[in-house]
Design a protein around this ligand. Sequence first.
Ligand SMILES: C[S@@+](CC[C@H](N)C(=O)[O-])C[C@H]1O[C@@H](n2cnc3c(N)ncnc32)[C@H](O)[C@@H]1O
Length: 267
Amino acid sequence: MDAVKSPTWDANLYLKFADHRLRPALDLMGRLDPANGARAGHAIYDLGCGAGNITRILAERFAQSPIVGIDSSEEMLAKARSQTVDKRVTFARGDLARFTPEVPPAILYSNAAYHWLEGHIDLFPGLLSLLPSGGQLAIQMPRNHEAPSHALMRKAADAGPWKAKLDRVRGIAPVAEPGRYYDVLKPLCSALEIWESVYQQPLTGKDPVAQYTAGTGLRPFLEALDEAERKGFYDTYTGMVAEAYPTRPDGITLFPFRRLFIVARRA
Ligand SMILES: C[S@@+](CC[C@H](N)C(=O)[O-])C[C@H]1O[C@@H](n2cnc3c(N)ncnc32)[C@H](O)[C@@H]1O
């Protein structure tokens, strides 16, 4: 299975909204079983660890385990390594589509990464099979692809001379209905929790929604264009999202964001 062609990442732009992105990561982490952190000879993996800010929190929560962050982006990994002093935490380059752990995992944790892989659902049974009985697979993915912020990427892509170039851009792979993940995972689990939350993110500043998506879902579109086209496309997109997400009288732009959570315990 091929991963969606990974965009290059701007760690600083991504981290601009770190507070809003942190909350779901912690909500997912809250369902992890501390007993899995005490399994000798096992590690906790942060799959698609990005700049490592969540990886470091995992290390604080699980003080006895080796913690390994895996990511395909050298830029994200460089940022992660430069900000991590705890020798128990290591980072390695790897493709989530072909993940093979060097140390057996007790927990496979992944925040906001697997939606970048087309057909990610087919990978989940294999991930579960890497765990010991009672080990946990914990995954959070945005399920916001039908929201205006994402639907307008395609609309703006079709609305200018950049259309031909952007027709080829696939963007983020849609995340399926929760029930599909349930059907695939339940036969392999002793316990399975799946839930969704819609976070009403209060953003500030100029073009806040476009700035937010420019750090993630909009990147493949921006990267397909030259500088002049990029500006035209970005301005078109920004105008569209500003209408869809008006700034309130107090200066706040509410950006509702739906996320899907899966916590599967291997039978
Ligand atoms: C939105 S960021 C999330 C980073 C981190 N988990 C967090 O919550 O802050 C998505 C990360 O997934 C990584 N990623 C995307 N596709 C990947 C793949 N096929 N293999 C490994 N990492 C991938 C990207 O490089 C990026 O760092």
